[in-house]
Write a protein that binds this ligand. Structure first.
Ligand code: 48F
Length: 256
């Protein structure tokens, strides 16, 4: 066989093996932001089969950019054990927090999640959900460029025993679930309440408090948890995102 054919056969064969192995999973994660990546790491470390779908080319969500593209993030002391576990270096600052390089930290989360065994599908968009017997049962996926171009191409489905909406500010999975199925979420209004303006301290606390199961089989983490529960955004402080990812992994493991 010529080298060109070996390369193509290797990639096609191994990619479709990966996809096929992940058509039914313990945990499907939508969104590769910091909370989704941390959740993927802890779920995979616990031996669960995890598939994470990220519509962008690079997972990492809003963590790469630091603040206003200044590549620095702040992490509170409570979340530093998670950075230690991920092998991220940081420098202590005033106010019970530390500074880390955003590119170094994001790359570390991606590396640790995949090293622990989570499968990441980048350039995959989740466009709908599957609900059976009043329980979130799966995700409808398509190539991100197909949805971006508005091409009329039908999707495929991944079945999941538990699902995480880690889609950040837009809470896309929860919104789709409510819009298309007329169900009530486990939030104060029963609906997606929408994110409030910035309040860093409160936002950090509520991110973790609002991390929960919002419908049988569907959990929320990170900014999506504040988005569904009507809580605050918080800017380039990431401790709450990391703690939320760890908490949601524990909740999902307990329910599996
Ligand atoms: O927003 P994002 O980084 O999620 P997060 O874990 O972290 C929030 C922080 O980055 C920051 C903040 C910190 O204080 O407020 O914003 O809550 O990442 C969400 C990811 O989900 C992807 C999106 O491209 C992003 O990378 N995503 C969103 N909707 C979909 C999706 C979808 N329908 N299908 C696939 N990926």
């Amino acid at each position: 066989m010529m080298m060109e054919e070996i390369v193509s056969r290797g990639i096609v064969g191994s990619y479709f093996e990966k996809l096929s192995e992940n058509l039914s999973v313990d945990a499907a994660i939508v969104g590769g932001g910091p909370s989704g990546l941390v959740a993927a790491y802890y779920l995979a470390k616990a031996g669960k089969k995890v598939a994470l779908f990220e519509r962008k080319l690079a997972p990492g969500g809003g963590m790469w950019g630091g603040a206003m593209m200044f590549s620095r993030i702040v992490v509170q002391n409570e979340a530093l054990p998670i950075l230690d576990e991920m092998g991220v270096k940081y420098t202590p600052i005033d106010g019970g927090a530390a500074l880390a390089d955003s590119v170094h930290a994001t790359a570390a989360l991606i590396y640790k999640a995949t090293e622990a065994g989570a499968s990441i599908f980048n350039c995959h968009s989740v466009e709908d959900v599957v609900v059976h017997d009043n329980r979130m049962s799966g995700l409808v996926i398509n190539w991100a460029p197909v949805t971006r171009e508005g091409l009329h191409v039908d999707p495929l489905v991944v079945m999941a025993r538990t699902t995480l909406d880690g889609t950040g500010h837009d809470c896309e999975v929860a919104r789709t679930l409510v819009r298309k199925n007329g169900i009530r979420l486990n939030t104060a209004s029963g609906d997606v309440m929408g994110e409030r303006s910035m309040s860093a301290q409160e936002g950090e606390t509520t991110t973790v408090e609002n991390t929960k199961e919002i419908y049988p089989g569907l959990f929320v983490s990170g900014m999506a948890s504040n988005g569904v529960s009507g809580s605050f955004r918080m800017g380039p402080i990431f401790g709450g995102m990391l703690l939320s990812g760890k908490k949601v992994a524990e909740l999902m493991i307990a329910s599996l």
